[in-house]
Design a protein around this ligand. Structure first.
Ligand code: HPA
Length: 285
């Protein structure tokens, strides 16, 4: 939780100022892509203009999760400059939510207008075999302390932000039409946040299903709330890598998550690339 708002804002702005000077040759990209499991190869297929280790960015946390490298990459994707985060921060790693969302605040202060969040998730549908994709149209955050708890930083956004449209409707439609044109099955659904690091119990999954959740994961929601608080457009898709607890008859393993994220990697990258192409061509980012 943020306790000293002047100090937090100062630390965010220090990081943003550093990035502004690092990015002065290219200008500030309008879009940030957060590379969830399976999306790492996106940076292999784009022209990398700059790669900034998180450890070089003042006040930035350093990621501890396996497979999360901790690099902010400036690359050219579909002809447009975008920022890509390779490695994010999870509450289960021990970070405070103000640290989990620090990068979002920095991006907002830097002038980034859109964040595409991607993640791996457990599927609450017991029929479809993973991997498959869900475009997130809303979330259930009950399991999560609010990232906005504590003193409000008015420079970021209002004290009581509306949550009716956390996920941008226009971009959701664009994402759906990209998937349709690429022949990638993409359904819409609700993401339920789970603090982790333990997977959910079968009883928790049954409860989430009754609440209307389509998938469950341990990231994204704090970041989406912080971004929408700042007026950043948020768009998100999940790669469902496993049936959620109790639905497959077997046990959940990290290996299954990583294997299925890998299997879906090519489609994840194509969907992201096409989405970036459409939104940057229409908005000229
Ligand atoms: N639960 C929570 N997080 C996840 C899961 C899951 O089943 N799969 C991938 N991330």
């Amino acid at each position: 939780m943020i306790r000293d708002k002047a100090d937090y804002l100062r630390r965010v702005d220090e990081a943003a100022d550093y990035l502004r000077s690092e990015l002065k040759d290219s200008g500030i990209p309008e879009v940030l892509v957060v590379l969830g499991s399976g999306l790492g190869p996106l940076t292999d297929n784009c022209e990398i203009l700059k790669s900034i280790p998180y450890s070089d960015i003042p006040n930035f946390p350093v990621s501890t999760a396996p497979g999360h490298d901790g690099l902010l990459i400036l690359g050219r994707l579909s002809g447009s400059c975008v920022l890509m985060m390779k490695g994010r921060f999870h509450y289960y790693e021990g970070y405070d939510l103000s640290e989990v969302t620090f990068y979002v605040r920095v991006m907002g202060r830097l002038g980034v207008k859109t964040i595409l969040l991607t993640n791996a998730a457990g599927g609450i549908d017991d029929v479809t075999k993973p991997p498959y994709f869900v475009a997130i149209e809303d979330h259930i955050s009950f399991g999560c302390e609010s990232v906005l708890r504590g003193p409000n930083i008015d420079e970021f956004g209002p004290r009581f932000p509306d949550q009716s449209f956390v996920y941008d409707r226009e971009y959701l439609d664009i994402l759906s039409s990209c998937a349709e044109d690429l022949d990638i099955p993409l359904r819409r659904g609700i993401y339920a946040y789970s603090k982790g690091p333990q997977y959910e119990t079968p009883a928790e999954i049954r409860a989430l299903k009754l609440m209307g959740a389509s998938c469950v994961g341990m990231s994204t929601v704090p970041e989406a709330i912080a971004a929408s608080h700042m007026g950043i457009r948020v768009v998100c898709f999940s790669c469902v890598t496993n049936m959620a607890a109790g639905l497959s008859g077997g046990q959940l393993t990290e290996e299954e998550v990583l294997v299925n994220a890998g299997k879906a990697s090519d489609e994840s990258c194509r969907l992201t690339t096409e989405f970036i192409r459409r939104i940057t061509n229409s908005k000229g980012a």
